[in-house]
Design a protein around this ligand. Structure first.
Ligand SMILES: Nc1nc2c(ncn2[C@@H]2O[C@H](COP(=O)(O)OP(=O)(O)OP(=O)(O)O)[C@@H](O)[C@H]2O)c(=O)[nH]1
Ligand SMILES: [Mg+2]
Length: 623
């Protein structure tokens, strides 16, 4: 049965311009939860989902990166072309191309569909976002459009319940009637002349089938008048980012206290039930203390993601890219680097993958190399821990929280150094030609969809907790073992940890780290912290918990570290490549280990230098 189904399964490829709603359609067709966002370049890989039509036909639906033309210019667009042309070994050639068009913006779609027709594959033309088109009074004569194109045409609203009925029906009709076998289409890259001819034909079809009312000024236009204003726009962007970091700090406090109290209670409970000894130390110091010290940052991470998800859905991201283009261009960065870099605030891994939208190899490489300097969410625990231990909780400059201000400064340090590295790379590569002009689709503003934002938050929360329960948990077990054994000999005075393997390892590394003000406890935290940044926090928590009597890791730090050490530690974490997964992705996306080593080397060098300077300058100022 299953094998018969697999044989009968039809391959359906979703093709269309960026941001026309392909992934929304994919999710609606297959019940998947792939990432959707109101900007171009959300999808950079091919994704396959399986489903059944109402009449029971089995489909394998392939979601693809958006492209304006099969004349692919960047790695993500190349994926789309290869799948459409059946050139990929890992994907069967499509039996049907579902050409997704944004009904409010048909001009480009009508050109792309002609390129697709030349491939000889059966096509269904979908007018997506028909809700918005109707709302704007755009009238599309579907029958006429179908006649002009010589293709079946159907309208859809991918994000509404019931918005896909016509599409399902049409799919069943087409499959039921038997899809035409693909004609042996010989696709050749169209020349500029032939593309112009295709565009003329597209304009003719557009004029024949679509009437749009003259649009005086849409809401998007009016809002953009302000948000893209040369002076007001950047001020707004800066204020927005600033508000975001204040919110991350101030907004999360109550929830964090709650989680802290929860873990405190759990610790007390275990202390009461389990007799003093190794088991209690393992449970309280290793597991509850270590893992708890990381989980406590969940609220902050969620607030940050809430901002990012809302901005993505609203359609502000591409505007921010537009505003930053001048500054980024001056630093030798391609305008399209903005969204990959912005994604890196969440995590460098999706950010590095998003760099696939950049066509030029050197531009892409530079973006990949600096993406890890953006402050990813795994740094939040590290930063927050140090800030809450060393920066007083007071307001300055009339109401701004000092802690939030320092956090903002750390983010700024990451951004500024990324621009600096990019500039240095540009000078080193000796490239003087002007950067390519930024061709950016500015999507219309849309109200964020609650369900999508909630889903996005849930996915982040789950990923974070899963990491805490697996990677970080395992690391904690190892660190607790290292910090506990071998047990001190009889008659040993002073903290037991002094005789442990951890202390031995730490002392071994200490001379290397002494010039930057790090003690041996930090050395112990840095080594496992290579795997993932949060582990350093958990490791510090465990090492100090095993060693001592302080109530919390923050209190232990503030009593044991000098301010200079704390600042040097922050400076280290702005730069240090403490994340194996990021390095692995750099290797994969650049197609070799070389650039991974370059990233590793330059980031460690910067980290050491920054920590060294910070430590000595802070000491000179008496910290
Ligand atoms: N109102 C309305 N919004 C839609 C519709 N389809 C998609 N959207 C919204 O349009 C935006 C883009 O949707 P995506 O599904 O990410 O578009 P995509 O074509 O996959 O984009 P890329 O992966 O960047 O090429 C999101 O904000 C969606 O919520 C629709 O039919 N109606
Ligand atoms: Mg997509």
């Amino acid at each position: 049965m299953a094998s018969k189904d697999a044989a009968a399964e039809l391959q359906i490829a979703l093709v269309g311009a960026p941001n026309c709603g392909k992934t929304s359609l994919f999710n609606a067709l297959t019940g998947a939860n792939q990432r959707v966002g109101n900007y171009s370049g959300v999808t950079v890989e091919r994704k396959i989902g399986r489903t059944r039509t109402p009449a029971g036909f089995a489909l394998a639906v392939i979601d693809l990166p958006g492209t304006h033309s099969l004349r692919a210019r960047s790695p993500d667009e190349a994926v789309t072309r290869e799948v459409v042309l059946g050139q990929r070994a890992d994907t069967a050639p499509p039996d049907l191309i579902v050409m997704v068009a944004d009904a409010t913006n048909l001009r480009g779609a009508l050109r792309l569909v002609q390129e697709l027709k030349a491939t000889g594959r059966p096509i269904l033309f979908v007018l997506n976002m028909i809700d918005i088109a109707r709302h704007r009074g755009i009238r599309i004569d579907e029958a006429r459009l179908a006649a002009e194109l010589g293709l079946p045409v159907v309208a859809s609203t991918a994000v509404r319940r019931g918005g896909m009925e016509a599409l399902w029906t049409r799919l069943d009709e087409m499959i039921g009637a038997g899809l035409p076998a693909p004609r042996p289409g010989a696709w050749a890259e169209p020349s500029a002349t032939s593309l112009r001819a295709l565009q003329r034909e597209a304009d003719r079809v557009l004029a024949a089938a679509v009437t749009a009312p003259p649009r005086p000024r849409t809401l998007t236009g009016r809002v953009d008048g302000w948000l893209l204003h040369p002076v007001f726009g950047p001020i707004f962007l800066l204020a927005l980012l600033f508000a975001m970091f204040q919110a991350v700090f101030a907004g999360a406090a109550p929830a964090m206290e709650l989680i802290d109290a929860g873990f405190g209670l759990a610790g007390e409970l275990v202390t009461r039930v389990v007799p003093d000894g190794l088991l209690r130390s393992f449970l309280v110091d290793g597991i509850i203390g270590g893992v708890g010290s990381v989980i406590i940052f969940l609220p902050q991470i969620l607030i940050l993601f809430l901002f990012i998800l809302l901005l993505e859905d609203l359609g502000y991201m591409a505007r921010a890219a537009f505003l930053m283009d001048r500054i980024m261009g001056a630093a030798g960065l391609h305008g399209r680097a903005f969204i990959p870099l912005l994604s890196s605030f969440a995590c460098a891994i999706p950010g590095i993958m998003a760099a696939r939208v950049i066509g030029d190899r050197r531009d892409r490489l530079t973006t990949i190399l600096i993406a890890p300097l953006m402050t990813c969410s795994a740094r939040i625990p590290v930063y927050t821990l140090i800030i809450s231990a060393f920066v007083p909780q007071k307001t300055v400059l009339g109401g701004l929280g000092l802690q939030g201000l320092v956090m903002f400064g750390l983010y700024a340090a990451g951004i500024i150094s990324a621009l600096g590295v990019s500039l240095a790379a540009r000078l080193l590569f000796r490239r003087h030609e002007a950067a390519a002009p930024l061709m950016l689709d500015l999507p219309d503003y849309k109200l964020p969809r609650l369900k999508g934002v909630a889903l996005g938050l849930w996915q982040r929360a789950w990923a974070f907790l899963r990491r805490a329960g697996t990677t970080i948990f395992l690391a904690m077990v190892v660190i607790w073992l290292l910090a506990t054994f071998p047990l001190p000999p009889e008659g040993h005075t002073g903290p037991a940890i002094e005789t442990s393997f951890a202390a031995q390892i730490g002392h071994l590394a200490a001379p290397l780290l002494a010039p930057i003000g790090f003690n041996w406890q930090i050395a112990v935290a840095l080594v496992p912290g290579m795997a993932a940044r949060e582990i350093a926090v958990a490791a510090l928590a465990t090492v100090y918990a095993v060693a001592g009597t302080e109530a919390s890791v923050a209190m232990a730090l503030s009593s044991q570290w000098s301010l200079a050490t704390a600042l040097a530690f922050l400076a280290w974490y702005v730069f240090a490549p403490q994340c194996i997964s990021t390095l692995a992705v750099i290797k994969r996306e650049t197609g070799g280990a070389r650039w991974m080593w370059v990233a590793l080397g330059y980031m460690f060098a910067l980290a050491y230098l920054a920590a060294f300077l910070t430590y000595h300058i802070a000491r000179a100022f008496g910290a």
